[in-house]
Design a protein around this ligand. Structure first.
Ligand code: ATP
Length: 222
């Protein structure tokens, strides 16, 4: 089953003379549980494609179906629904510095009002333990290493058991060892749960975790 199905997607920033086409006739489908890595030079359009897939940016041409919903020319409610079912991991981990690891992970569940406070804490502790941070539950980001912080953000992205995880340069601030460890944890948890993962990266050291590698150059997949 396709989790992501893109056909004939074009995307440009700006209007008139300032118009700059960033994605050109993109066709792409990603299956349930598949791990896809998108590579390509700086400025080739990788982040733009990721944000369209995640419902963070609106496309107006072609077709982009994610979890069965058409995102091209979609309304805000449709994009909001996709965002709720997607986990995000960013280069700058985006953790709240004043909150502990547990509290940061719990935040991701507050959007889902079906969980009580106790259930949220229990789920956060479980996933933090799975990413190897069972002894750092009450640490704040400043007390953690870069690799540990990125594992908190992986835990936060996975705690609501999203069907899709989108990651933008998840290893950019990490050394080789912690970068590979972090994505390997992501890979193994995703495989257990049948989560589809789409990673944008320049980091050739993590290509081995992918089921498929796609290269984007100047807005074209080749
Ligand atoms: N909000 C924006 N407005 C105008 N142009 C933008 C905007 N965001 C990105 N661009 C341009 O679109 C092109 C593609 O950017 P994008 O961030 O998708 O590239 P990328 O492949 O992710 O690059 P990198 O690997 O450096 O992060 C770049 O030329 C960039 O300058």
């Amino acid at each position: 089953m396709n989790m992501i199905d893109v056909r004939g997607l074009n995307f440009a920033f700006g209007e008139g003379e300032l118009r700059r086409q960033v994605l050109r006739d993109i066709h792409l489908s990603v299956d349930v549980g598949e791990i896809v890595i998108l590579t390509g030079p700086s400025g080739s359009g990788k982040t733009t494609l990721l944000t369209i897939l995640g419902g963070l940016r609106l496309a107006t041409s072609g077709s982009v179906v994610v979890l069965g919903e058409q995102l091209v020319r979609s309304d805000a409610a449709t994009r909001h629904a996709i965002r709720r079912q997607t986990g995000y991991i960013f280069q700058q981990h985006n953790l709240f510095l004043a909150l502990t690891a547990t509290e940061n992970v719990c935040m991701a569940l507050e959007l889902h009002d079906r969980f009580s406070e106790e259930e949220r804490v229990a789920a956060a502790h479980q996933i933090l333990t799975q990413v190897g941070l069972g002894r750092h539950l009450d640490y704040r980001p400043a007390q953690l290493s870069g690799g540990q912080r990125q594992r908190v953000s992986i835990a936060r992205a996975l705690v609501s058991r999203p069907k899709i995880v989108l990651a933008d340069e998840p290893t950019a601030s990490l050394d080789k060892h912690s970068g590979h460890d972090a994505v390997e944890i992501l890979r193994s948890l995703a495989k257990q749960n049948g989560t589809t993962i789409f990673i944008v990266t320049h980091d050739y050291r993590i290509l081995d975790i992918a089921d498929r590698i796609i290269n984007l150059e100047d807005g074209v997949i080749n």
